[in-house]
Write a protein that binds this ligand. Sequence first.
Ligand SMILES: Cc1ncc(COP(=O)(O)O)c(C=O)c1O
Length: 397
Amino acid sequence: MDYNFDSIIDRSIYPTEKWSKEKLNKYFGNKDLLSLWVADMDFKTSNLLIDDLVNRARHGIFGYEYKTDDHHNAIINWYKKRHNWSFKQHDLYYAPNILSAISILIDLLTDVGDHIIIQTPVYYPFSKNIKYHKRIPINNSLILVDGKYEIDFDDLEEKAKNSKAKLIILSNPHNPVGRVWKEYELKRIGEICLKYDIKIISDEIHGDIVYKNYKYTPIASISEDIANITMTCLSPGKTFNISGLSTAAVIISNKEIAKKFMRFENKYHINTNNSFSLVAFHSSYAKCGQWFDKFLVYLEDNLLFLKNYIKKNLPIITLIEPEGTYLIWIDLRKLKMKDKQLQKFIIDEVKVAFVFGHWFGNEGSGFIRVNIACPRKILEEALIRLKSAIDQHNVNL
Ligand SMILES: Cc1ncc(COP(=O)(O)O)c(C=O)c1O
């Protein structure tokens, strides 16, 4: 049965981070907002996956389980077929989610007080995670050139050379600015890291979600030398909208690091064999490619709808053309509001929960991140609210 991406489903009946009134109230001080913030989709995942989960539940026995070769092969085949990247089963490790994998790797590869480079504005749990471990985030800020974010390689080299950096955490594709890093950009990052003995954690959770005319390149696929210093974090969470099922993988081809990773997981008995996670992980990669392709078509249409709406109705705002992710980075700096004022305006006047740019670092000031993985009617309603609040604001000026 085909899924209708236009269906509006009430998610607030479950304790969802995105839609529950409790969480909206906690983060925005208003429980009655339309929600386009947390990075998950408002779409049901594939029926094939739902059926497999229901059948697993009906079996009724949820004792200890393990990962079969079929399980490992599902992800190996997905990456080979979709992204022409081959990795071996012995380089494949698992974690409950991407953030726990990143956290373990920070712990293993750095010491208290070490520096870790991030490319701000970036997914804010990176810097939070770094600080939880008493390491110091070093910002290699992205630069906005003619409407497109670029890596400041001179600054990166300077920081690689002169800081106590042992690690860089990449977001590829980049959340929130939507860049899908090109092979030559990743190669240059890899060369700098090799030169200054810096390891790379590449968070590639958004890797499948790439718009027409762009191509995702896993950094570890570029060369053996780069693969040897890279830990690539992968997950079906964003691709199939199953983040609540806790599934992630880490590709580690450096044997020493892999051994440390396994030892850490064994020491703390980190369980990656939840019965439902196992089903979701395998079934999504093995069976749900068609659902995902349909999602991508709907997403492209949502992006087009958003761009047309802005062009026609909201000339004061600028959309940063995304290459990947369903998170759209929007420039509201022409409204000339300070962060607090913009936040208040969005919450009180627009009445939509977006992620505020400054949450991603100072470089995000004046921007919002809009999650367009939702039925078009919800996106349209959010845009109508934005237009009406901006029109009213302009009248009052
Ligand atoms: C770049 C990035 N990494 C990691 C995550 C979270 O992944 P997980 O839920 O597997 O920890 C997100 C979620 O928004 C993300 O955007």
